[in-house]
Design a protein around this ligand. Structure first.
Ligand SMILES: Cc1ncc(COP(=O)(O)O)c(C=O)c1O
Length: 418
């Protein structure tokens, strides 16, 4: 029956020139070029500046522990490709028995002190899938306004009501819960735009007091924070209290996957309920083998974490001394230049001195709060750190630092220190 209908439709299709676009699509694309490329970026492109040279200092990668070319990890990946090729090419819902991915999930669970973990294709899939699997139209979701877009997307796909609370504002969170009742509290441990750290102990205390489920995205703290890199929830002693930890393994783990900590019972429910888990193929053998080797490197090579935090701390202190008002308390250090044209000036000033960060702008930030993110890593040398500091000192007039809104805002307190 369906086939007949489709073939009739096919006959009725009126063939058009491939270059033809319906007005609704044309309008959207034209609005992008008019409003963003022409008006805001003045004909340039905010995310495409100069190309770095071999001598440039690169601060764009989330490979915080500098392990993307670690020989042990690379040989594990090569061995897996040679042994298993591209594997089974199917959804993880079908995995059973002796599959390496199931062993790796058990290893991650032991590492993270949870009953189980589920591996997903990305942090995006972990977050959208999890929220979709635990929220619905009757459950309010209290989400920090700066939480990662994948969490907001999960709320949308669950058909749930987002009850956003002001960034890191625990009083606002509590007022929202008192008003709308128990639900799900969703935060990042380290915020990917500014590098700010969540006041996890207070958030967890409030959430549990009001009978909420707690979700913490540890994408920027797994591997980098806590004992053996087990994350900020573990560092704060909250492993038993937080229902779900999620993470992208494309940051400190330098791979391409996502992860959720949960109970055994929930893991099977998730695999058979979350749409990204069912309707998208699972990890490749070399990704699983690479992550297995990475987990050992991350557990064993503590010196990388120490070096990362020393480097980040040094840079935060020096930039603060130069007058940059940083929200960062982590390895993500953002220079909050504000409006997009101002961020382009900042980008060019830094790149002309060989310093390459990442521009974050709408929709990753609000339009007037774009910024340059500098991601610190463990193997930056003293000389490279000095080059960053010298460049940031030299550009202050050129980028009009004194008049940035962030410069005039008062410095923010650090939850890790208070
Ligand atoms: C906090 C946070 N959560 C989730 C993600 C999504 O991770 P992935 O790149 O693995 O999809 C990111 C990456 O941008 C992130 O920064």
């Amino acid at each position: 029956m369906a086939q007949v209908a489709y073939s009739q439709l096919w006959d009725e299709i009126e063939w058009v020139e491939p270059s033809w676009e319906p007005a609704f699509l044309k309008d959207r694309v034209e609005t992008y070029y008019r409003e963003r490329v022409e008006k805001s970026w003045r004909g340039g492109h905010i995310m495409r500046g100069r190309l770095p040279s071999a001598a440039s200092v690169l601060l764009q990668s989330n490979d915080y522990l500098s392990i993307a070319r670690h020989p042990t990890i690379l040989s594990a990946q090569v061995e897996a490709i040679e042994r298993a090729g591209n594997g089974l090419l199917m959804s993880a819902v079908f995995l059973q028995g002796d599959q390496p991915q199931l062993h790796l999930e058990a290893e991650f669970a032991r590492y993270l002190g949870s009953e189980a973990t589920v591996l997903c294709q990305s942090g995006w899939c972990a977050n959208t899938g999890l929220i979709q699997a635990i929220a619905n139209e009757y459950v309010p979701v209290y989400v920090d306004m700066l939480a990662h877009m994948s969490l907001h997307e999960g709320i949308l796909s669950a058909g749930a009501t987002a009850r956003p609370f002001r960034h890191n504002d625990v009083d606002h969170l509590e007022r929202q819960i008192r008003r709308h009742g128990p639900g799900i509290v969703v935060v990042d441990s380290v915020y990917s735009t500014t590098g700010a750290v969540a006041p996890l102990a207070e958030i967890v205390e409030i959430g549990l007091r009001y009978g909420c489920v707690l979700v913490v995205d540890e994408s920027h703290s797994l591997g980098t924070h806590g004992p053996d890199g087990t994350g900020l929830v573990a560092a704060c002693g909250l492993t038993e209290q937080v229902h779900f930890r999620t993470a992208s393994l494309a940051k400190a783990f330098a791979g391409r996957a996502g992860l959720i900590t949960c109970s055994e019972r929930f893991a099977d429910y998730f695999r058979c309920t979350a749409r990204p888990a069912i309707f998208s193929s699972t990890l490749l053998p070399q990704e699983v083998a690479g992550l297995q080797a990475t987990l050992r490197v991350i557990r064993d090579e503590d010196w990388r974490r120490r070096k990362l935090h020393d480097n980040a701390c040094y840079l935060r202190d020096e930039l603060t001394r130069l007058g940059y008002n940083l929200a960062s308390q982590s390895q993500i250090i953002s220079l909050e230049s504000g409006p997009e044209p101002q961020t382009i000036v900042l980008r060019d000033a830094l790149e002309s001195r060989g310093i390459f960060g990442s521009v974050f702008c709408a929709p990753a930030t609000t339009t007037n709060r774009s910024l340059m993110r500098l991601s610190v890593n463990a193997t930056l040398t003293g000389a490279q750190l000095q080059r960053i500091v010298d460049a940031c000192a030299a550009i202050r007039k050129e980028v009009d630092l004194a008049n940035w809104a962030s410069t005039r805002r008062k410095p923010r307190p650090c939850p890790l220190l208070s």
